[in-house]
Design a protein around this ligand. Structure first.
Ligand code: BES
Ligand code: ZN
Length: 441
C-alpha cells in the first residue's frame, strides 16, 4: 500500500468513526445490531395482523360470554401453532346487566316522555314528589328538601355518578337527569362502576327536561313514578391467556411484558378497541419466538378489561413479589389501528417517562425520525402494573375515533399502516431491551 492510500484509508476510518460517535443512536454505533434490528422488524407481516383482526371482529367479544371464550380459543390456537404453551388464567368478576324495562310517569304531565336508563342504573320502583333540584350539586340540596322525592337535575359539568350519589345522600328516592344540549341518548353510563348508594336514575332529552321543569314550576306539586326493572349484578367468568418466551441466557432473570385486552363492549365488533392491540401482540409473539433474547418475554391477553380492568388486575394480583421485581417493562396496546384517531400517544399513569416510554421514543426516532413525548393516561390495563411498581405504558392513537364503543367500530376503519407502525415500535423497543448482542452477553 502506498503512503497516500494508507493515509486515505486512515482518514476514511476516522471519518466513519466520527460519524458514528456523533450520534447517540446505537444503530449508528453498531451497524451489525442495526442490521439485526432491521432484519427482525422486517419479519412482521401486517397481513397476519389483519387476518387475526378479521377473525376477532366477527362479533362482539363481551367478557364472560361465549364469544369472548371463542376469541380466547382462537388466540390459544394461534399461539400453539407458533409453538407456545398457553397458560389460561380464569377469574370471576361481577358484570352489570342493563335493565329489561323502565318507565316514568308524571302525574298531570301530558307530553310524551322517552327516558333512557344509564349503564349502572340500579333497579327500583320509586314514587315521590318531583322537584327541581337545579344542577344537582351538593350545595343545591342544602337549600332543598328532596327526602323521599324524585329530583329533576339539569346536568352541568359534574360527572353523572356524583349527581346520583349527591341526590341519594340528600335522601331522594330517584333522579331524572337531562342534558344541557341535544346530546343523543343511547347508552349513557353513570361512570365506571355501580355504587351501592345509587338510586334509580333515568336520562331525559334536553327538550323533555325543560318541559318537565316548566311543568314542575307551574304546578303546586306533582308526583313522579320511576321504575327500573332487571338491572342487576351477575357473576361471570373470563380468562387471561399467557404465552411465555423463555430467556436464552441464565444470567439475566428480567421479564418484559407485552399485553392487550381482547374483550369488547356489547354490540361493538371492537376492531379498534381492542382487536387491534390483540392482533399486534399475537404477531409480536410469533416473530419473537425464534429470536434469542436475554430476558423472558410474556405475551398477555386480558379478558374483561371493559368491565373494569378485571383481567389485568387478576394477572398482577397473582404475580409473586419476585416476579414483580423482575418485571422491568409492561407494554400495553389498546386501540392501535384506527385510521380516524389522532396521533400515536404513549401514556403513563403519572405522565412521567419510564423504561417503556424511553425505549419506545427511541424506537420511534429510529423508525420515524422523531421521538414521542409521554402523555398522561390511565384508562386501560397498564394501570394495575403501574400500581404494583412496574414501569408500564399504554400505546394508543389519541384522541380516539368518534365511534369508540359503538357498532361502527369495524375493520373497515382500521389502517394497516398504523397497526404496523405500532408493531414496529414495540417490536424494536423490546428487541433492543432483550438483545444479547448489545448487552454484551
Ligand atoms: N380502550 C379504552 C381506553 C381508552 C379509551 C383510552 C379512550 C383513552 C381514550 C378502554 O377499553 C376503555 O374503554 N376503558 C374504560 C375504562 C375501563 C376501566 C372500563 C374507559 O376508559 O371508559
Ligand atoms: Zn380498550
Amino acid at each position: 500500500m502506498t503512503y497516500k492510500r494508507l493515509l486515505f484509508s486512515l482518514l476514511l476510518v476516522l471519518s466513519i468513526t466520527m460519524t458514528a460517535c456523533s450520534s447517540k443512536d446505537s444503530i449508528v454505533e453498531n451497524p451489525e445490531f442495526a442490521q439485526e434490528q432491521t432484519d427482525f422488524i422486517n419479519e412482521l407481516d401486517v397481513e397476519n395482523i389483519y387476518a387475526s383482526l378479521k377473525k376477532l371482529t366477527k362479533e362482539p367479544r363481551v367478557a364472560g360470554t361465549d364469544s369472548e371464550l371463542q376469541a380466547a380459543a382462537f388466540l390459544t390456537a394461534q399461539l400453539k401453532m407458533t409453538g407456545y404453551k398457553v397458560d389460561v388464567q380464569p377469574f370471576d368478576f361481577e358484570r352489570y346487566v342493563m335493565p329489561d324495562s323502565h318507565s316514568l310517569v308524571v302525574e298531570g304531565f301530558d307530553s310524551p316522555l322517552s327516558p333512557a336508563p344509564f349503564q349502572y342504573s340500579v333497579a327500583g320502583n320509586a314514587t315521590g314528589e318531583l322537584v327541581d333540584a337545579g344542577h344537582g350539586l351538593k350545595a343545591d340540596y342544602k337549600k332543598l328538601d328532596v327526602k323521599d322525592k324524585v329530583a329533576l337535575v339539569a346536568v352541568a359539568d359534574t360527572p353523572f355518578y356524583e349527581l346520583v350519589l349527591s341526590a341519594s345522600d340528600a335522601g331522594a328516592k330517584a333522579i331524572l337527569l337531562y342534558f344541557p344540549d341535544e346530546s343523543e341518548i343511547d347508552k349513557w353510563s353513570l361512570g365506571r362502576e355501580r355504587y351501592e348508594e345509587f338510586i334509580p336514575a333515568l336520562a331525559l332529552t334536553y327538550e323533555e327536561g325543560r318541559k318537565l321543569l316548566d311543568f314542575v314550576k307551574s304546578v303546586k306539586s306533582a308526583n313522579a313514578a320511576v321504575s327500573i326493572e332487571g338491572a342487576r349484578i351477575e357473576k361471570a367468568t373470563s380468562q387471561n391467556l399467557i404465552a411465555t418466551k423463555q430467556s436464552s441466557t441464565e444470567s439475566n432473570d428480567d421479564i418484559i411484558l407485552i399485553g392487550a385486552h381482547y374483550d369488547s363492549v356489547d354490540e361493538a365488533p371492537g376492531a379498534s378497541d381492542n382487536a387491534s392491540g390483540t392482533a399486534v401482540v399475537l404477531e409480536l409473539a410469533r416473530i419473537f419466538k425464534v429470536v434469542p433474547t436475554n430476558k423472558e418475554i410474556r405475551f398477555l391477553f386480558f379478558g374483561a378489561e371493559e368491565e373494569g380492568l378485571y383481567g389485568s388486575e387478576k394477572y398482577v394480583s397473582a404475580l409473586t413479589k419476585k416476579e414483580i421485581k423482575q418485571s422491568i417493562a409492561m407494554f400495553n396496546l389498546d386501540m392501535v389501528g384506527s385510521a380516524d384517531a389522532g396521533e400515536l400517544s404513549i401514556q403513563t399513569i403519572d405522565g412521567a417517562d419510564n423504561t417503556v416510554t424511553k425505549a419506545a421514543s427511541r424506537a420511534n426516532k429510529v423508525l420515524n425520525g422523531k421521538s414521542i413525548e409521554t402523555d398522561f393516561g390511565d384508562r386501560s390495563d397498564h394501570t394495575p402494573f403501574h400500581n404494583a411498581g412496574i414501569d408500564a405504558a399504554l400505546f394508543i392513537y389519541d384522541p380516539v375515533e368518534e365511534w369508540y364503543h359503538t357498532p361502527e367500530d369495524t375493520i373497515e376503519k382500521i389502517s394497516k399502516e398504523r397497526l404496523l407502525n405500532v408493531a414496529e415500535i414495540v417490536g424494536t423497543s423490546v428487541f433492543k431491551l432483550t438483545s444479547p448482542s448489545i448487552n454484551n452477553e
